[in-house]
Design a protein around this ligand. Structure first.
Ligand SMILES: Nc1nc2c(c(=O)[nH]1)N[C@H]1C(S)=C(S)[C@@H](COP(=O)(O)O)O[C@H]1N2
Ligand SMILES: [Mo]
Length: 509
């Protein structure tokens, strides 16, 4: 058999792998389980296996780009392996084909392991198995296209080369087709969703006073597209409503299984609530505020008949085996804890947990805000341990009182036409009572607080400043509604949030 050049062989291996991944991706979309796409399945295992400090670093330094970076890294490794398989495929065909098949099996096994006890567990291996089959077939076809008697030991004949190129092109088209089908199916699904009409709330949110907004500070209500995003999933889960339900069980009189329509039909509340991430550094961006629409926990608690002795609400997500532990008291003490289905007047976006997520005022997101919610179990701490608890983060994590300076930006020059220091402060469910600013080594001065929209949202503030020309520092600290001053001693974000006062440098021209 003629052997194409090294580059051609490597390319044949890579194209075969792309065809496998592309078709696997398409099949995953077609069966409504994008997360079982082979590339994603393998990537998810890599994320799970990565040590916590590394993951923390990825979240902190790469923000929401951590996933594309990880997927890219996995893709690079796969391309290298596939090229290697292509190189050996002509001389050691069985080994080459077995290797591609084995890759598919690894994908299938990881997808199965991840979907675990889910009803459709068996279905999750299908994309990887199909991918393995496609990969083996593609490589075999390309290899076979060169299967003629050699003219010379080193070069390929024209006819043979043509057949080889034809086979390669065919495999390439297959890769594009598979990925393309996946994309189209995905878009159709999303388009169908945008037709869903949100019901009117049973209890509307209080009007937000005009005076909540300080000019130059970020919008009081964060637009959905600007809302910070933190989660462990490699690709945004896209939940198919057709096979989605929310299970409520554990220590209850009646287990419930609610469809999306069931949720829409329940009495909904609408509230403005600020959400914050425990991984937010002092002065960091992982805090945003939205108007949420959802089913109050009190309604679920009443319908299910939660028994006495329950300690925690243990929530499960369809994404990556994520679980979350919320103190039962926090959803049963009268605050506006809810299962949200709407965000700022829109259906919950995929990135923020479609079709349903939890929102509990006053707790960090990792102990309260489960996205892509599938199941809520009322239970004890002895019975269940959540994802981040297993990784040594705090079990109970109320938000800390925090504040940051947004105007002027760090290292910027104060705008001479608007000489103010301004920013935000938050201590959800306790409220903000006072904000103080200190310039250089001066006295702490009380900032003017913007209007309040309630204790569950952040609050903006400003302080006029027309100091002397030159460089200055500004520092901020808040006092919450219980009279507690924001702590000065710096701590890391692990295990229960960053403490310390935000400080910036700026100049006056
Ligand atoms: N399923 C799932 N839900 C999740 C997470 C996650 O990784 N997976 N991360 C939590 C964390 S740490 C935070 S801070 C909030 C962030 O919600 P957002 O991305 O809508 O801002 O979601 C929470 N809910
Ligand atoms: Mo978080």
């Amino acid at each position: 058999m003629e052997q194409p050049s090294r580059i051609a062989r490597a390319l044949a291996g890579v194209l075969s792998a792309l065809a496998a991944l592309g078709v696997g991706h398409g099949v995953a979309a077609l069966i409504g389980r994008p997360a079982t796409s082979p590339l994603v399945a393998v990537g998810s295992v890599a994320v799970d296996a990565a040590p916590t400090p590394m993951k923390e670093l990825a979240v902190r330094t790469l923000g929401t780009a951590d996933k594309p970076v990880l997927i890219g890294a996995i893709a690079v490794v796969l391309v290298a392996v596939a090229a290697g398989i292509g190189l050996i495929a002509w001389r050691r065909p069985r080994l080459g084909l077995a290797a591609i098949g084995a890759l598919g099996l690894v994908g299938g096994a990881t997808a199965l392991a991840r979907s675990g006890l889910a009803d459709a567990g068996a279905l999750s291996v299908v994309p990887s198995l199909v991918a393995a089959g496609i990969g083996v077939a593609a490589l075999a076809v390309v290899r076979h296209s060169t299967a003629t008697r050699p003219r010379t030991p080193t070069t390929m004949g024209v006819g043979s080369r043509r057949r080889f190129l034809g086979a390669m092109a065919g495999v390439g088209v297959l890769a594009a087709l598979g990925a393309g089908v996946g994309e189209v199916v995905d878009r159709t699904r999303r388009a169908a969703r945008d037709l869903i009409r949100l019901p009117r709330p049973h209890s509307v949110a209080a009007a937000i006073p005009d005076g909540v907004q300080v000019p130059g500070v970020q919008p009081f209500t964060t637009a959905n597209g600007d809302f910070y995003r933190v989660d462990i999933s490699l690709v945004t889960p896209r939940v198919d409503l057709a096979d989605w339900t929310l299970r409520i069980d554990g220590a209850v009189e009646r287990s419930l299984e609610l469809t999306y329509d069931d949720l829409l039909a329940m009495p909904l509340i609408e509230r403005d609530i600020t959400l914050a991430c425990v991984s937010n550094e002092v002065g960091g961006p992982y805090v945003s505020s939205a108007r949420w629409l959802g089913v109050p926990f009190s309604e679920l608690i009443a319908r299910a008949g939660v028994k006495t002795g329950v300690e925690q609400v243990f929530s499960y997500s369809s994404d990556s085996g994520y679980t979350c532990s919320t103190p039962y008291a926090a959803v049963n003490d009268g605050r506006d804890a809810m299962i949200a289905i709407g965000m700022n007047g829109q259906i919950l976006p995929d990135a923020h947990g479609f079709p349903a997520r939890m929102v509990v005022p006053g707790l960090f997101g990792f102990v309260s805000a489960t996205k892509w919610l599938e199941r809520i179990e009322f239970t004890s701490y002895a019975e269940r341990t959540a994802y981040w608890t297993e990784r040594d983060w705090a079990t109970e994590a109320p938000v800390l009182t925090q504040s940051k300076i947004e105007v002027p930006k760090s290292l910027a020059t104060l705008d001479p036409s608007k000489p103010v220091i301004a920013g935000t402060a938050w201590a959800q469910h306790r409220g903000i009572e006072k904000v103080e600013v200190r310039i250089d080594d001066g006295e702490w001065q009380e900032a003017t607080l913007a209007d309040s929209a309630g204790i569950d949202t952040w609050r903006q503030w400003y302080l006029a400043y027309d100091g002397p020309t030159g460089r200055h520092t500004a520092q901020v600290r808040a006092t919450d509604g219980t009279g507690q001053l924001q702590s000065q001693d710096r701590t890391k974000v692990f295990p229960d949030g960053a403490r310390g006062w935000h400080q910036i440098q700026f100049s006056v021209a």
